[in-house]
Design a protein around this ligand. Structure first.
Ligand code: SF4
Length: 551
């Protein structure tokens, strides 16, 4: 049985961690909640809110929702209140949560591995048109996000989604979030190993499982057997990366403790190689360590990265092996350098079965229900029943016969979904921003889209891989710390002394073997209006002065 605050005697296993007794770890006997979040999680499992939504809130309306459900447990089923329209970014930090709350919700649909059938995509599009005013963004963790959701409609939405095998369970909250997977798993010609069986088993074991529904905070997972390293494994709580062991063959290298936000840390390797069959056990071991030993006193220290930083990878591996697996893991090699600087699979690529996949680029992940339905139609008209989302807010249609590829590429382009995007269209991402997010200070999606147009006009020949990531606040939903241009939204004063939207600039971040965080250029802030000028200036100077091989 798993440890829960309601049943602490079931803690598995119990280990004294005297140095951090004050951090609220269950393994050190801290079952008395040390903050409001821990209290509401102890009072009632977040998974239980579903019954209240179905039987009470959807029938009696928004005002009937218990505040601890509204701003707490609703997340366990993918629901956040969205920002009340018309509240500017200057008020984000000063208003009370209830003043920021709209009576509509964001609803996140988890798309583990980015894997969708055309039938599922069509239902996502239909739900968007019927219940979400047409909204449906592709997120940078392969999910789909709706806005304008009424609580009255949530049971009907679940019914529609679940009828085709989709779910919103633990899409948010202190839970195992969506499991990122290679969008070309099982089809890419250069694949080291197809991780799909392990992904499926991980989902089967932890989703909707009360043993893992009260974690210290969110828990992010990635798994890929692609040599492109296409799942941002460096910034997940746990990641499995395809490698070839010299004796044992294809398997996975295990990483733990990555995460961005305000205290960014790159994941570290445990130096362990695991086979496909071992992945689910190791996954459950790591998530259980987080549940039992993770810090619960302060929300700002409640991610796995802080525990990993305190323990180090050797101690983490030893506790995983001794206390959770009951056996030693095999030592293994690190992944090789990624085979491409673009990791998004955009463009036309041959599959291992001789057919082709076509990756294309919506603008900053913004699509809508009508477009998603048309993508499903186009895929089917071209003989495909499988679509993928990527962690760069892009999409892929799989399984296209060679003779149908040109027709598909042209049809997608007619929907402004190009398979041959400019560097700027391809490399720009944006988080939700002030349009819907309660934490936002500035606009991001529309700004990112306008920035793409402007840079395409000014620098039509710039064709090197480049990432421009826009965030609406100091959080890191759009991964600003690991972008070439990481732009963190904030208010600033312009030349006329007026308060305007702008961005603090982080320069030169990267993932892959050169992984590192961008440098926060001291005092460098750019107003939103001046952003195209600034980026153009930096890129022209880079083109004029770079040395051989310099990024
Ligand atoms: Fe909201 Fe900030 Fe995340 Fe953007 S980065 S989605 S503004 S919390």
């Amino acid at each position: 049985m798993a440890a829960t605050p309601q049943n602490p005697s079931a803690a598995t296993p119990r280990r004294k961690v005297s140095r951090h007794r004050g951090e609220g770890q269950w393994a050190a006997g801290h079952f008395t909640p040390l903050n409001g979040n821990e209290q509401f999680k102890k009072d009632d499992d977040g998974l239980n809110v579903r019954t209240r939504i179905e039987t009470i809130y959807s029938k009696r309306g928004f005002d009937s929702i218990d505040p601890n459900d509204l701003r707490g447990r609703m997340r366990w089923w993918g629901l956040y209140t969205q920002r009340r329209p018309g509240i500017d970014g200057g008020k984000t930090a000063v208003l009370e949560p209830e003043e920021l709350d709209d009576e509509y919700f964001m609803l996140r649909v988890r798309v583990d591995g980015g894997q969708l059938t055309t039938e599922q995509l069509r239902v996502i599009g239909e739900v968007s048109q019927e219940f979400a005013r047409g909204t449906a963004d592709i997120t940078d963790r392969q999910n789909v996000q709706y806005h304008w959701i009424r609580i009255e409609d949530v049971p009907a939405i679940w019914q529609r989604l679940e009828a085709v095998g989709l779910s919103t369970v633990t899409a948010c909250g202190d839970t195992p979030r969506v499991m990122i997977g290679s969008p070309v798993a099982g089809i890419a010609e250069d694949e080291i190993i197809d991780a799909t069986p392990a992904l499926e088993e991980m989902k089967r074991r932890v989703l909707n499982n009360p043993a893992y529904s009260n974690l210290p905070r969110k828990f992010k997972t990635a798994i890929s057997g692609s040599p492109v390293l296409d799942v941002v494994h460096e910034i997940n709580d746990v990641a499995f990366v395809g490698v070839r062991h010299p004796e044992h063959g294809p398997g996975f290298d295990v990483w733990v403790g990555g995460g961005l936000s305000t205290n960014p840390k790159l994941g570290v390797r445990l130096g362990a190689w695991v086979s496909m069959d071992e992945v689910p056990d190791v996954y459950e071991g790591v998530i259980s360590i987080f549940r039992d030993h993770g810090y619960r006193r302060l929300r700002t220290r409640a991610r796995l990265k802080f525990l990993v930083a305190d323990w180090g990878p050797e101690k983490f591996r030893q506790i995983l092996e001794d206390d959770y697996l009951g056996r030693k893991l095999t030592d293994g090699p690190a992944p090789d350098e990624p085979v491409s600087r673009w990791r998004d699979h955009v463009g036309v690529h041959r599959q291992k079965d001789g057919r082709f996949y076509v990756g294309f680029a919506p603008r900053v992940g913004r699509v809508d229900g009508t477009v998603l339905t048309k993508i499903a139609d186009l895929a089917q008209e071209h003989g495909s029943s499988r679509v993928r989302t990527t962690v760069e807010q892009k999409m892929i249609i799989l399984d296209v016969e060679e003779g149908r590829v040109d027709s598909l590429v042209e049809s997608l382009a007619a929907l402004d979904l190009t398979a041959t995007p400019s560097t700027f269209r391809r490399g720009t991402m944006a988080c939700t921003g002030i349009e819907f997010c309660k934490l936002a200070i500035v606009e991001t999606k529309a700004r990112g889209s306008a920035l793409i147009d402007e840079l395409e006009r000014r620098l039509p020949d710039f064709d090197e891989p480049l990432t421009i990531n826009l965030n609406g606040c100091p959080n890191a939903c759009a991964r600003i710390q690991v972008a070439d241009f990481g732009l963190k939204g904030q208010l600033m004063t312009d030349d006329r002394g007026e308060q305007v939207e702008g961005y603090q600039v982080h320069l030169g971040g990267a993932l892959g073997l050169e992984a590192g965080f961008g440098r926060k250029v001291r005092g460098l802030k750019v107003t939103s209006d001046a952003l195209p000028d600034y980026i153009e200036r930096v890129l022209r100077r880079y083109q004029a002065e770079r040395e051989e091989g310099e990024r």
